[in-house]
Design a protein around this ligand. Structure first.
Ligand code: NAP
Length: 315
């Protein structure tokens, strides 16, 4: 099968011909129709996590996929061959299997039926970023009338988080470059702050001198990079990059959550239903054929991804 893989540590990803994976107990073999990229895929491609989790090569990239069930392993009874599904390869060592391939084996726990109203490309863009956004939004638990700042709102996770917060009745301030502001307003942001032209903290303080209730941060790796002085007493922080340091926050009368997304079927199936119902938009800004899949990774590596990038297959 054709796949986007890293042949050996330190080498660039390439389209290769690899043996198709075999289904095992508790897994689902999927003929992939679309595979969604995440920032994580770039991290795995360059091996930044290889010291904490063993990688085996050739390493197929991609964790999210949508497609048609080819076979199911022992103990799998919620989907069957021929079903249209979507799902995620959970981050379990060793890291080797991926979804940017004509066939992928996914753990049954992270495979859900694809609603017929949701196409393959849309479904493939949902699992990891949708689950991360939901985890972050649940972490801050926004209430109607509150104001939430989303830093890094333009990417995959941010594009979902903005919508999920707005749907709970809170006001969203999103960071984005000026040329992306209209897209974020269409997703539900009340105000867009241009992080490229000045201090986010200064701009938010000018707009909300009495403070804001919560921050979801998708770009910072440490609490001291967060504009915590914008928060009211009792304010909440959620980070997808481990920046919600409990001690730092507690010293300021704040609380926080470091999100570890778990795109299991219990999480992703309701998200897909929201998409089918029209209450959640999946913002796929780029689709690429497999032959050009590496371009999607390069966009993620540059930090300039907007919405979601999906690789499509015509098999
Ligand atoms: N812990 C977990 O379970 C989990 C799950 C999913 C993701 N993550 C992590 O969460 C982060 C976000 O994921 P993603 O999929 O949304 O990434 P992404 O699609 O690559 O999006 C990154 C976004 O950040 C924006 N950005 C870059 N620098 C910025 C800055 N200084 N201030 C404000 N915005 C900035 C970019 O904006 P422009 O478009 O203007 O360039 C881009 O829209 C990644 O680091 C990822 O690894 C963690």
């Amino acid at each position: 099968m054709r796949a986007l893989s890293v042949p050996a540590p330190g080498q660039p990803p390439e389209i290769s011909d690899l043996p198709a994976p075999s289904v095992a107990d508790g897994t689902v073999l999927v003929k992939v129709r679309a595979a969604g990229f995440n920032a994580l895929d770039n991290a795995l491609a360059v091996g930044v996590m290889s010291e904490v989790m063993p990688h085996q090569y050739p390493l197929v990239l991609g964790r999210d996929a949508a497609g048609v069930v080819e076979a199911v392993g022992e103990g799998v009874d919620h989907v069957k061959p021929g079903d249209e599904v979507f799902g995620h390869i959970l981050l379990v060592p060793p890291i080797q299997a991926g979804t940017v391939a004509e066939y992928a084996v996914l753990p049954a726990a992270a495979v859900a039926a694809k609603p017929s109203a949701v196409d393959f490309v849309t479904a493939a863009a949902l699992p990891l970023a949708g689950a991360a956004a939901l985890g972050a939004v649940d972490g801050i638990d926004p209430q109607p009338g509150q104001t939430v700042l989303v830093i890094g709102a333009g990417g995959g996770v941010g594009s979902y988080a903005v919508q999920l917060i707005a749907a709970r009745g809170a006001t969203v301030i999103a960071t984005a470059a000026a040329d992306d502001a209209d897209r974020l307003k269409a997703l539900g942001a009340a105000t867009v702050v241009d992080y490229t032209t000045g201090s986010v903290a200064d701009q938010v303080r000018a707009a909300r001198p009495d403070g804001i209730d919560a921050i979801i941060d998708l770009v910072s790796y440490a609490a001291d990079s967060l504009p915590l002085d914008l928060l009211v007493k009792g304010g909440k922080v959620a980070s997808t990059l481990g920046a919600a340091d409990e001690q730092t926050l507690a010293a300021l009368g704040l609380t926080g959550t470091n999100v570890m997304a778990a795109p299991t079927r219990e999480v992703i199936a309701p998200l897909a239903q929201q998409v089918a119902d029209g209450t959640l938009t999946v913002d796929v800004t780029t689709t690429l054929p497999l032959a050009r899949a590496a371009e999607g990774l390069a966009t993620l590596a540059s930090g300039a991804a907007r919405g979601k990038i999906v690789v499509t297959f015509d098999n």
